[in-house]
Write a protein that binds this ligand. Structure first.
Ligand code: SF4
Ligand code: SF4
Length: 447
């Protein structure tokens, strides 16, 4: 694991500003409420995902696909424009590496990361890291479990009650988080992160990225001989959190954190020259007058695809009806013949209100199959209106009774009916399902 040297500078200050927004967001989001419900949470036992006052269920998995495709395309788009901006500025691996370094420096000062640092400071650093890892893990678990309940369980001492799994997950993630930050760090970026593997193919000579100006810099100084501008001070290497030498060109290990830019800037400033490492396109190294081409076939293609995904997601969200309906023929009560040559079918219905508002639903039957219109009963009653409180489920039985069946109705072997649940105040708010209407075998003999 590498502990890189601290480096102050313009990019460091800007990244600190980004962290000042991101770290409170990572830790604070699970605590926010929206109409008494989580602002964001993946509730695995209940199989619900809460986001911005909406509830999504596994049956709406297409939203997850759209999100993943959109996130992937955003990564493609921004990487082709400005390199690995995600890695250097927002990835939790980078943000927390810097946070752990900050803790280490607060405790050991200039001795941080040195072999001759006092033992008690080394121990204190690791204890503080474990404490921070515990806080980070609790924050992470709070995206899956209610943090207010977690706190009350801690206060009441019921944390380890039977069936309560979150303390064990917290312990596991604390161990993983601490292990990552204390012993793995840049090895994860270099060898485990899949994004690092393919980021080089997403960039081209026009990507605006942290780049070494080899035209000016090379040949770098050797001994006392100086030809190019690089004085071979190696500051860009010692500050690099992944331990690479950017002068060797674009590499998997470069997370575009910009520390080498901050390192080279004051060194070149002493000679009244611009930094040899800065944000620029590779093309600008060869041709200093060249302008960055932001619109190129690659960036345009990613932008169009991303726009397509965003438009589809917006359309689906706008037209989304937050009601889940499942209707199955009741296996326990077979279709039956009743007097006057009528037939009854029974259905099991599951309704789930996946919104944070109560729903009043009317049940309607749509049938074009029969010579006489069937009638529908909900739960045995004539009532056809259902109250469905917010974020709730309801099981009910629906009975559909045919009219007087004609010979043609009976001769026609397969019948289907449509059962619709609609909000009478908003006819656009409806869900419907087509289900078979079965004629019993003894009736079929009447053909
Ligand atoms: S910091 Fe600048 S001058 Fe020093 S080695 Fe790196 S590129 Fe060369
Ligand atoms: S080469 Fe520069 S930008 Fe890349 S990881 Fe190292 S310090 Fe950061």
């Amino acid at each position: 694991m590498i502990i890189s040297r601290e480096q102050k500078g313009k990019i460091r200050s800007l990244r600190n500003l980004a962290y000042a927004v991101l770290i409170p967001l990572y830790f604070g989001l699970p605590w926010l409420r929206w109409n008494g419900h989580p602002f964001i949470r993946l509730d695995i036992p209940e199989r619900k995902f809460y986001l911005l006052g909406n509830i999504f269920i596994p049956m709406e998995g297409y939203f997850l696909w759209l999100f993943l495709i959109g996130a992937g395309l955003s990564l493609f788009f921004f990487t082709s424009l400005v390199g690995r901006v995600w890695c250097g500025w927002a990835c939790p691996q980078t943000v927390f590496t810097d946070t752990f370094d900050w803790i280490g420096r607060k405790i050991a000062g200039k001795k941080y990361g040195k072999k001759d640092a006092p033992l008690y400071k080394k121990v204190l650093i690791h204890v503080s890291w474990i404490g921070f890892a515990l806080l980070g893990s609790l924050a992470w678990i709070a995206y899956f479990a209610d943090p207010y309940i977690m706190i009350s369980e801690i206060q009441s001492g019921t944390v380890f009650a039977k069936g309560n799994l979150w303390p064990y997950f917290t312990a596991f993630f604390t161990f993983t988080f601490y292990g990552d930050m204390a012993f793995v760090r840049e090895q994860f970026c270099k060898y485990a992160c899949p994004y690092a593997r393919f980021q080089t193919v997403l960039m081209d000579d026009q990507s605006y990225n942290v780049t070494y100006d080899y035209v000016r810099g090379e040949p770098r100084r050797k001994g006392k001989e100086k030809i190019g501008d690089c004085i071979a001070c190696n500051m860009c290497v010692v500050v690099c959190p992944t331990g690479i030498d950017i002068r060797d060109g674009v590499q998997i290990g470069c997370i575009a954190c910009g520390k080498c830019v901050d390192a080279c800037t004051p060194i070149m400033a002493r000679e009244d020259k611009e930094s040899l490492i800065r944000y620029m396109a590779q093309d600008q190294v060869e041709n200093r007058e060249a302008k960055v081409k932001w619109v190129r076939p690659r960036t345009a293609l990613y932008a169009i695809l991303l726009l397509g995904v965003l438009t589809s997601a917006t359309y689906l969200l706008y037209n989304r009806v937050p009601l889940y309906v499942s209707i199955l023929p009741d296996r326990n009560i077979q279709p039956m013949v009743i007097p006057e040559n009528k037939v009854r079918n029974f259905y099991n219905v599951k309704l789930q209100n996946i919104s944070l508002e109560d729903q009043n639903l009317q049940v309607q039957l749509v049938s074009k199959d029969f010579s006489e219109e069937p009638i529908l009963r909900v739960g045995g009653d004539e009532t056809q209106t259902i109250q469905l409180p917010q974020n709730s489920m309801l099981d009910l039985r629906i009975i559909v009774e045919s009219g007087n069946l004609s010979k043609e109705d009976i001769a026609n072997r397969s019948h289907f009916i449509m059962i619709r649940f609609v909000d009478p105040k908003n006819p656009k708010f409806y869900k419907e399902k087509q289900v078979p209407f079965t004629l019993p075998a003894d009736l079929m003999g009447m053909r």
